[in-house]
Design a protein around this ligand. Structure first.
Ligand code: NKO
Length: 209
């Protein structure tokens, strides 16, 4: 019972719709009605500017990090199997699902990139720093945040396997599931990338479009 309550708490923490609230409270704007329509840090930079966007990024990373760190309990035991699954992984997924389908914002949330970086930082900080480096280089080369986020998503399990020689099967499976989840949340971006219509990242805010 306690574990279910804690997973629910992680979902509620992830559900805090940072970009939607920052936009509505400080600018009277719902960022989901402008730019890419995404409730995330990138679109907040696009619509409202760098300072609110970076603030959203920091809070969203913290949601993922705190869900995994603060709510930590002992590992899950699957009855009769002798198997333990790392409970932190469930908390990370719960926080991500909260962010993507937030109960506090009509279930229309973000794509989970910033939250996922907080989750993976809590699980493996060094691998996450490498992946962050890959993300930055990819943004600089391609100028596509969405593409870079998907590349980062798949880099995390690959860095775990090939750089850190991780053998923990539940961590690796979890990392691949999350990379696939990133493809799912970026479906519209993938369509735009294929058509050559995806917007390239720039620090200048474009205003309400
Ligand atoms: O508005 O559809 P859009 O162009 O906004 O947005 C696409 C974008 C959505 O994501 C965000 C959050 C941006 C945060 C970027 C920080 C990335 C740091 C990644 C480092 C480590 C991550 C490990 C695994 C992550 C997937 O994509």
């Amino acid at each position: 019972m306690l574990k279910i309550a804690v997973i629910l708490a992680a979902y509620l923490l992830g559900s805090i719709p940072t970009s939607v609230w920052v936009g509505k409270i400080f600018y009277g704007i719902d960022v989901r009605e402008h730019g890419s329509g995404n409730a995330g840090a990138t679109n907040t930079i696009r619509v409202l500017g760098l300072i609110p966007g970076i603030s959203v990024f920091i809070v969203d990373v913290l949601k993922g990090y705190l869900a995994v760190r603060l709510l930590y309990l002992t590992d899950f035991y699957i009855p009769k199997t002798g198997m333990f699954i790392n409970f932190q992984l469930f908390l990370g997924i719960a926080a991500l699902l909260g962010h993507i389908f937030p109960i506090f914002a009509q279930f229309r949330g973000g794509k989970g990139v910033a939250v996922l970086s907080g989750v993976v930082f809590a699980l493996h900080p060094y691998a996450t720093l490498i992946v962050f480096g890959i993300w930055i280089v990819s943004v600089l080369i391609t100028r596509y945040v969405s593409l870079s986020s998907m590349i980062a998503g798949f880099s995390f399990p690959l860095v775990l396997i090939f750089v850190y020689r991780t053998t923990n099967p539940s961590l690796i499976t979890f990392a691949f599931i999350l990379a696939i989840l990133m493809l799912f949340t970026h479906q519209k971006n993938i369509e735009r990338l294929v058509k050559g219509e995806e917007s390239k990242f720039s620090l200048k805010k474009k205003g309400k479009t």
